[in-house]
Every structure is written in C-alpha cells, then in structure tokens.
Design a protein around this ligand. Sequence first.
Ligand code: BG6
Length: 475
Amino acid sequence: MPFPEGFLWGGATAANQCEGGYNEDGRGLANVDVMPHGADREAVGCGTRKMLDFEPGYYYPAQTGIDMYHRYKEDLALFGEMGFKTYRLSIAWTRIFPNGDEEEPNEKGLQFYEDLFRECRKNGMEPLVTITHFDLPIHLIKEYGGWRNRRLIDFYKKLVTVLFTRYKGLVKYWLTFNEINMILHMPFMGAGLVFEEGENQTQAKYVAAHNELVASAWATKIGHEIDPENKIGCMLAAGAFYPYSCNPKDVREAQLRAQENYFFVDVQSRGYYPTYALKMLEREGIDVGMTEEDEKILAENTVDFISFSYYNTRTAAAPDTDTDAASGNAFASAKNPYLTYTDWGWPVDPLGFRITINEIYDRYQKPLFVVENGLGAKDEPDENGYVEDDYRIDYLRKHIEQMKAAIEEDGVPMLGYTTWGPIDLVSAGTGEMSKRYGFIYVDRDDAGNGTLKRSKKKSFDWYKKVIATNGEDLA
Ligand code: BG6
C-alpha cells in the first residue's frame, strides 16, 4: 500500500477567494479585497497600479467570494461526505486585527474561525491553516508601506500569538505564508507593495521577503513554544525549471531561475541565506536589513515540513533565445513543446510533479505536504448543475499516480495532498469564477451573477473513492 496510514487527503481554499462577507462582524479591508476582476487586476497585483480602495466602474469578486462566510457548514459537510481527512483554509488577518496594528483582536473574527475549526473536526477533518494567504490589512499598506517595513514583523508576531493561543488543541498544522516566493511576481498580492515611480523594485521585494522570512521564523518559534504539538511549515509555489535545451546556457538559466525560486525555502528550511543569494544581493547593492537577532531567529527556527503548490513545470531559455512564451502559475516561461496546455495556457505535466517532489526532497530532506494541485478549466453544467468533468479526473489521476510513485518507488515521505479549490472559487490570478477547480460546482459567473447554489460534479464521487481506498483505486 503506497500511501501511508493517516495520509491527509483533502482540499485547499483561501479566505479571500471564498469567504466574502468582506465588511461583516468588524472585518477590515485587505489588499486582496481591492483586486478587481478585469484588465487592471494584474497591474494592481503587481503593485504598479495603485488601488487601495474600491473604485467606481470595477467589480471586486472578493467582496462576496462564494459566500462561504455564511455557507461554510454546508460546504464542510460536502467535504466531509467526500471523506476529507484535512481541509486547508486561510485566516483573513483583517477579521482578527481589522487594521493590523490594534492592541486587541476582534472577538467576532476569532469566534468565526473557532466555530469553523470545530465544524471541521465534526466532519472528520484536521484543519490545515495558512496564516497568511496573500492577505494584508490595507491600513498596514497605507500607514507602513506593507512588508517593506520591519514593523510588520511585530504585527505578525502579535497575530500569530493570538492564533496559536486561541486555537491550541484545535489546530495542529500551520503554514506561515502562502507561496512566499510570489512576492517576486505579484508583490502587491504577496506583500502589499505599491511602487513609486522610479523606485528600485528589486530592493523593495527582497527587503519585504526578508521581513516575511523573519516573521515566518518567529511564528515557528512562537507556535512551538505555545504548543510543542504544533507542526509548522513553509509554502512554495513549486515546479521544476527545465532547460529549454541541453545548451549549457539554457541549463544555467534554469539553475538560476530555480535558485531564485528556492531562495525562500532555503532560508526557511536551512536557517540561513544561501551563498548565491548573498552574492546576488551584494551585486545588486541591496541591503535587506539583517540584524544579529534576525540571524539567530532564522537559524534556530526552521520549519517542520515543506509544503508546496504544484500546477506545472517551467521551462527556462537563455536570454535572447527565440522561444514561444507559455503561461503558468504567475511565472512566464518558455513554451515546452512536449507538454499539453490547459484552457488558460498552463502546461500539464504529471511526470514533472514526480520530478518536482524529488527535487524538493533531495534539497531539504524534510517531510513534504502537497497543499495545492488541480486543473482550472471551463465547466459546462447541465440544468441541475452537474458537470461531467472527466478532464479534471484525468488530470488529478495522472498527478496522484506520480505522487504515488514518488512515495512508493522513490521513498519520499509525504504527509498529505490537498487539491486546490475542492469547491469552485474566485481565481487568484484572474478574478474569474469561470476558471473552475472544484468537485463542487458553484452557480456564479465572472460578473457576480448566479444563485451560489452548490452541486456535485462527476469528480466528487471519483475523489471520494480515491480517499476511501487511500489512493488504491484511481480508476
Ligand atoms: C496559487 C494560489 O497560486 O494558485 C491560489 O495559492 C490560486 O490562491 C491557485 O488560486 C490557482 O491559481 P489561479 O490563478 O488559477 O486561481
């Protein structure tokens, strides 16, 4: 039997992509709330178009999400029916500290997540909690400039202390920052950075990254002190970089891109800055503001496990090589002619999943947790909301087969696997609803129309069977 006893099968969501209720029960405004659907979303997410409040003429999908704030009992019951062993969700920072820098937390926000965690357990699911999934109180951006300001480390420490204390015994698995490497690609979404004209963006990104890395290490320390049972992990937007060809220039480019990506986890898992990063920062003239205390905190508080999302591999070609471009999870890359592509142009590469799993395990030698994997596709529901989503089943089957091989044949220790978006939710990249990942269909369109009614797709029963057989029956 390849999958270990107790392997945590489940699904993953993020607060801002499903909760809605953006202004209820004392919740404050966050960066993710003001990312509109449509052409300007990317510029806002990248911090080049300043939008720190709702503006007329735009539609903001996070305001309602899929209304999980009010419907979570129904949704968790459906996850429970599929047999989920775990449910990964994130905390909206602004429900706990609406502005981020208050003295006292918002009790209603704390109660909401307590109820939700109890409901998870009632349905047989271990909560897996992302402390920050891209969200940041707008006040911390307006007042402090987002994560480029060291003071955010203290606000984050306060947040995690409140969370670890309140949910002691209720939550054991924690992730500090979702896809921490996203700072480099979507810096407003990943770190609340809005750039001024002519600002050195690379400098701002690496300073923000440093502050998040230090905050992450503090969270690991505080979490272990409050409850030694806590297991605290980092989270990487993963995907191996292939060289476009065997030309050493392409191979070197792939190596550089991989280092840029692994930098974050190198620090979180090993406890110090890798030499290639120190040299790069020196060359660029970047001072991240490392203190002696930072060095000590980083060194003494490395993560317990490595979690990551995997959607696709990337292909790197030497600069000035003439290649077609491919899309992907926030990373542009060269088009790999050996792969097929999704409706949104993302490569599909199940074997790349096994390659990525091995690469990460070789590098860190810590247990792995796949906390996102899935297919964003266009669904055509019938009049009852049923979708014959064989393409989704096929995608997941092929990826689970490769994960199985990584465990069984390569011996990689893995804690669990949560698919992205077990219920349709708002796309982080595009703000669309029509980019669907779920086993459960949600009646809502890209403009916010629809009843929000939930219905099971064909993949619902398939995944239920996969879990019931602990990955034995993938047919
Ligand atoms: C990851 C994020 O980048 O990929 C999720 O952690 C996101 O928040 C997921 O939704 C899929 O990306 P997208 O753009 O299709 O929603």
